[in-house]
Design a protein around this ligand. Structure first.
Ligand SMILES: [Zn+2]
Length: 232
């Protein structure tokens, strides 16, 4: 069936961006707007269901209308707590389209064939450049991923792991608790499975198990996968 971009479909597929704009317009110039926008983003960033529901209830306490607006959008377009695990991506907004758009902006006014030829050459050059760059890179895990991993490791120091059995931990911070299963590479916060990178709870458990955290990074983030992607 053809994909028809009706207003309701657009609202769903661009859930978080649409809601941000809607909140900006609907509650402009008020303290409520600021609070609701912050809460909307906080709710969207929740990686597990209980946190998402808690944030929604807080939004409802401030504005019934804002709450009704949010529950009118299918949650899988709006909150990380419903994201699937296969893509290994927790991005809420699609900046890749923006980047692609800016890369092809020069050619967009030309005829279709000229534009497609421009895109083909652009991609060919970019792939060739990336192949040269990765040859010089010495580590196995890609640089941006190493930076993200370090952030998770830094955040893990606030969590206290308690071994439940071999490679299974309860990780505690105050009244918050998560269960990490290192064998399955899972955490009940869902971030580990969603991103393919150990979350702070998993990083804390891995440290307790005296294991190498790099073993728990998904294979799609390795130099080998990058080379495979850019090899024609
Ligand atoms: Zn976790």
């Amino acid at each position: 069936m053809a994909h028809v971009a009706t207003p309701s479909r657009l609202r769903e597929e661009f859930g978080i961006t649409f809601s941000h704009q809607r909140f900006k317009l609907g509650y402009r110039h008020s303290d409520q707007e600021l609070n609701l926008k912050k809460r909307m983003w906080r709710a969207a960033r929740c990686t597990y269901l209980a946190a998402w529901k808690k944030e929604l209830m807080e939004i409802r306490a401030t504005s019934e209308g804002a709450y009704r607006h949010l529950i009118g959008i299918r949650p899988k377009y709006l909150t990380k707590s419903r994201f699937e695990f296969y893509p290994k991506c927790d991005a809420l907004v699609n900046n890749m389209c923006e980047s692609f758009n800016s890369a092809i902006v020069e050619s967009r006014e030309k005829s279709i064939l000229t534009m497609l030829e421009y895109i083909r050459v652009y991609l060919m050059k970019r792939w060739a450049e990336n192949r040269v760059l990765i040859e010089k890179y010495k580590d196995d895990i890609l640089p941006r991923i190493k930076f993200k991993l370090q952030k998770e490791i830094d955040a893990s120091r606030w969590w206290f792991p308690v071994a439940a059995k071999i490679l299974k931990f309860e990780v505690i911070r105050g009244r918050d608790k998560f269960v990490v299963d290192l064998l399955k590479k899972e955490c009940t916060c869902r971030k580990f499975q969603m991103t393919g990178l150990p979350c702070p709870h998993a990083a804390s458990a891995i440290n307790c198990a005296k294991d190498d955290i790099r073993k728990y990074v998904a294979s799609c983030y390795t130099k080998a996968s990058y080379v495979a992607c850019y090899t024609p």
